[in-house]
Design a protein around this ligand. Sequence first.
Ligand code: MN
Length: 206
Amino acid sequence: MPLTEYRKKRRFEVTSEPSGEQLPPGKTAKALRYVIQKHRASHLHYDFRLEWNDVLLSWAVPKGPSLDPSVKRLAAQVEDHPLDYADFEGAIPAGEYGGGTVMVWDKGTWSPEVPDVDEALNNGELKFRLNGKKLKGSWVLVRIRGFGRSERPSWLLIKHRDPFASKRDMTGEEPRSAISNRTLAEIARDGGGDVARAATGDPPAG
Ligand code: MN
């Protein structure tokens, strides 16, 4: 690893110098998409998605992300989604899979903090940086169970200590869409969905 010493001397969460992450042969540097979709389905959850190998790797996070490094949020890995799903915001008809209301809660790009993403995923520990409208800085996904073929893998989503860590309640303080500024209820209304049910995922009107 010729860049080991270079990297060891720098804290890339603080400096804007390049970390020199290696790219697969033939691939050019391209920003990888990141999105979190707030989804009022049978249960409210946050779908965390990272672009990798032309799909969106996806995890359902029941409580949503926390900026507090002492808080570990369960993230159940779900099926890969197509890349253009990152732009989906609207109502899914009742009775259909995932029926309910979907909001693009945060959107931006991500970059790995490991030299080999596939290896990190296989090993169950992926370190990465988010550059979203709401979430930024260094995070980690750690697999806790379900490795193998039968069970759906469970991971923990954890904020690393860096200047973006805080005790702020982001999901509570910034409940609106990152692309349309709408609430879940407004998205449901515009999409012909169940407004009252969607509203149960919004903060109480004050
Ligand atoms: Mn979902």
